[in-house]
Design a binder for this molecule. Structure first.
Ligand code: BGC
Length: 758
């Protein structure tokens, strides 16, 4: 019986493998046949990716797209926000070009399409891979109904510098967590079948090291050792590749002195040869011509450099289109390289099913019924609440029923900023402000008073720089003093004050670096005045990056970090404020005490002179004027309930070879309400052939416990988790002692030492 079953399974898998191979053969024959008919110009056209004028993120925008499409000079277009327009352009391309090759359409769908979810940094705080995958799935299904087949997401640039505005778009400072997120996102977008009409191509970005820009200034130089690249910055990109991501976007920055857009080692050697990536590589927005400014040569030279490096598509630069023919005739690039790039682009179109049906993704009926649906919005509301992080709570939250609440602050009655940075497709038409959300949630069981309290910034120019790209904020012409006076007047009649303050949506994101990452001064003055009333104050913090909150952490009784939570933010925040949802998020980037501590990250090295006792110690590694610890460490976040951790139980303390170590910890909800807890496992490799971090996240488990309930949380550790790249870039583990740590965040851990021999 067993044997025959095995036989059937073998036959079945052979049939599947054969079908797959014959599908692949068919595809390659189709593309090869098509390419024999293509002229050089038409091949170069496939490598050209202009931007629609709907959304422009650089100094240059593409022009005369239709004309170029007709001449076969366009491979795809991105950021068109309308299924009708996309369908029209597709029809135009298919009907008017010589070979009727369909275009593909991309967009920056970073955290949702019309239904938007929290910014990625907020989503990462859920530590919930199913939820994260779900957001990408919904985004893909909505976008594909609107004609879009390719998203420039996930962004997985590891970062340790909150001055860099783009931390909002990523998953924080940890390679292990970010790798898990990369995998979940790629799978969410691409599903198991790219040809299905509701899945889209994913594009992992920005390869590589973009998050390590010096000084946190966007587009700036990066420079680091290869050991650091491989162990810390590369893993999330590699995880996306291992998960089958269809495309990779190279970054703006240089690596080892060569910009990523022209870096052969990075693209050809690492990505293609070492990681076996076989999709296509696209440049970032004018990233190729920007190499002229980097000092890599003239326009023609940098385009040849890029193709030679292994980049297939040129976003907005138009240099592949206009210079590669000349470079070919001069022997600076080869026809084989052009053919390969063209083939990769065409294969993606084939995989999407565009050669079968160019309009597969332009289904007006799906667009009308499957986008921004009540069901998707309801999910988005639930998901948003999961991203909030309770940083402090001295008996203020949740707000009991029957209270009069004074809601104050420039973000309290705002809608457009709630979706955060990079919400190109967002639909705000049904979103509510926190004011409306809170009034609806409280209903007749209380009262919500409102005053603006201050503008985002005292300085109008400073405010303007943070309210671009449609994220406007109407300025109140009254002075900050007058606004505060009004806020205090309404607060006098309230039982509790909720201060909705922080950053605007475009205070973070691309080209939004800051040297001062505190709450803007006008809002700080407001907050201080509110706290001085002596009434309970809950700070509802809007932010796209970790902020310096030293004063706030000492003086404000409650702080709830709500990031920018998407189209349902107003209701989701209200749900948490009134206790309908218990917050459970944990931060994925350290919150520094001050800017001087940056770069700051939990998984740092020990140094030869670590601070061993109390701060300050002469001739040990510390600062005279600030402690080494961040204000809030990686993995930190509170709940409306309390969790108690028991001691760790280990299956063994002496392991050998490929044995498995099981670690169990008993976690109990000792509070009065149900809640979710993210139990974290860290490991320290005590001695290595290269120095190793003082701890590294190696597992996490999000559990839900009813009041009084407890659970045993189990982690399994195999030598695979102990591997790292040594100084020869060999990936392996080394025998010796390991500290196993478990706890509610990276700092409050219990630790047990084990020995693992080979
Ligand atoms: C950004 C990318 C984005 C691209 C297209 C660039 O400025 O760096 O992240 O995908 O624009 O909009």
């Amino acid at each position: 019986m067993k044997k025959s079953l095995l036989f059937l399974i073998t036959i079945f898998s052979s049939i599947v493998a054969f079908a797959q191979t014959s599908k692949d053969v068919k595809k390659h024959l189709f593309i090869a046949n098509l390419m024999t008919k293509m002229t050089l110009e038409e091949k170069l056209g496939q490598l050209n990716l202009p931007a629609s004028s709907d959304f422009v993120t650089g100094a240059v925008s593409s022009s005369n797209i239709a004309e170029k499409v007709k001449e076969g000079k366009v491979g795809g277009v991105f950021n068109i926000r309308s299924v009708t327009k996309i369908k029209e352009l597709q029809e135009f391309a298919v009907k008017n070009t010589r070979l009727h090759i369909p275009l593909f359409f991309g967009m920056d769908i970073i955290h949702g399409y019309k239904t938007t979810f929290p910014i990625p940094l907020g989503m990462s705080a859920t530590w919930d891979m199913q939820l994260i995958e779900r957001t990408a799935r919904i985004a893909a299904s909505e976008a594909s109904a609107d004609g879009i087949q390719w998203t420039f997401s996930p962004m997985v640039d590891l970062t340790r510098d909150p001055r860099w505005g783009r931390v909002a778009e990523g998953n924080g400072e940890d390679p292990f967590l970010s790798s898990a997120i990369a995998k979940a996102m790629v799978h969410g977008y691409q599903g198991d079948d790219l040809g299905a009409p509701n899945t889209i191509l994913s594009c992992v970005k920005h390869y590589a090291l973009y998050g390590a820009a010096e000084g946190g200034r966007d587009y700036n130089t990066t420079d680091m050792s290869r050991v650091r690249m491989y162990n810390e910055y590369f893993p999330p990109y590699k995880a996306a590749v291992d998960a089958g991501v269809a495309s990779v976007m190279v970054s703006f920055n240089e690596i080892d002195g060569i910009p990523a857009s022209g870096n052969k080692w990075l693209v050809n050697d690492v990505l293609r040869n070492q990681w076996k990536f076989n999709g296509f590589v696209v440049s970032d927005y004018t990233g190729i011509p920007e190499m002229v400014n980097h000092g890599m040569g003239d326009f023609q030279a940098v385009n040849a450099l890029s193709l030679n490096a292994g980049v297939d598509m040129d976003m907005v630069g138009e240099g592949f289109l206009t210079t590669l023919k000349k470079s070919l005739s001069e022997g600076k690039v080869t026809l084989a390289q052009i053919n390969k790039a063209c083939e990769r682009v065409l294969i993606s179109k084939y995989d999407l099913g565009l050669f079968d049906d160019p309009y597969r993704y332009c289904n007006e009926q799906r667009s009308a019924t499957e986008v921004f649906t009540p069901a998707n919005r309801a999910e988005a509301r639930k998901i948003a609440a999961q991203s909030f992080v309770l940083l402090k709570n001295k008996n203020v939250l949740p707000i009991a029923t029957g209270k009069t609440i004074a809601l104050v602050g420039p973000l309290a009655d705002d809608i457009v900023n709630m979706t955060g940075t990079w919400s190109v497709g967002a639909d705000n038409s049904k979103s509510v402000s926190l004011l409306k959300g809170l009034r609806d949630a409280v209903g007749t069981n209380g009262k919500v008073l409102y005053a603006k309290g201050s503008n985002l910034e005292e300085d109008a120019e400073l405010q303007n720089r943070q309210t671009l790209l449609g994220k406007d904020m109407i300025r109140d012409s009254r002075s900050t003093d007058e606004l505060i006076k009004e806020a205090l007047a309404i607060s006098a009649n309230a039982d509790v004050i909720v201060a909705a303050i922080g950053e605007g949506a475009e205070s973070s994101g691309e080209s939004a670096s800051k040297s001062n990452i505190g709450i803007p001064e006008a809002q700080q003055r407001l907050l201080k005045a509110l706290v001085a009333t002596g009434k309970p104050v809950a700070l509802v913090l809007f932010n796209g990056r970790p902020l310096t909150l030293t004063w706030e952490s000492e003086n404000v009784p409650a702080i709830l970090d709500v990031w920018f939570a998407g189209s349902e933010a107003g209701d989701a925040i209200a749900d948490v404020l009134i206790g309908k949802v218990n917050p459970s998020g944990k931060i994925t980037m350290s919150f520094p005490q001050n800017v001087g501590q940056i770069p700051i990250y939990y998984n740092h090295k020990n140094t030869g002179r670590p601070l061993t006792g109390k701060w300050f110690a002469k001739f040990q590694s510390n600062y005279i004027d600030v402690v080494n610890e961040p204000l809030y460490p990686f993995g930190y976040g509170l709940s409306y309930t309390k969790f108690e951790y028991g001691d760790m139980q280990l299956s063994s303390k002496a392991l050998k070879g490929n044995q498995k170590l099981t670690v169990t910890v008993h976690v109990k909800n000792t509070g009065a309400v149900a809640g979710k807890e993210i139990v974290q496992l860290y490991i320290r490799d005590v001695v290595g052939s290269i120095t190793r971090p003082i701890q590294e996240l190696k597992g996490f488990n999000k559990i839900e416990l009813a009041a009084g309930e407890s659970k045993n949380v189990r982690f399994e550790i195999t030598p695979e988790l102990l591997k790292f790249y040594n100084s020869n870039l060999k990936y392996d583990w080394e025998a010796g002692d390991f500290e196993i740590m478990v706890g509610p965040n990276s700092k409050e851990v219990k630790s047990v030492k084990v020995n693992w021999s080979k």
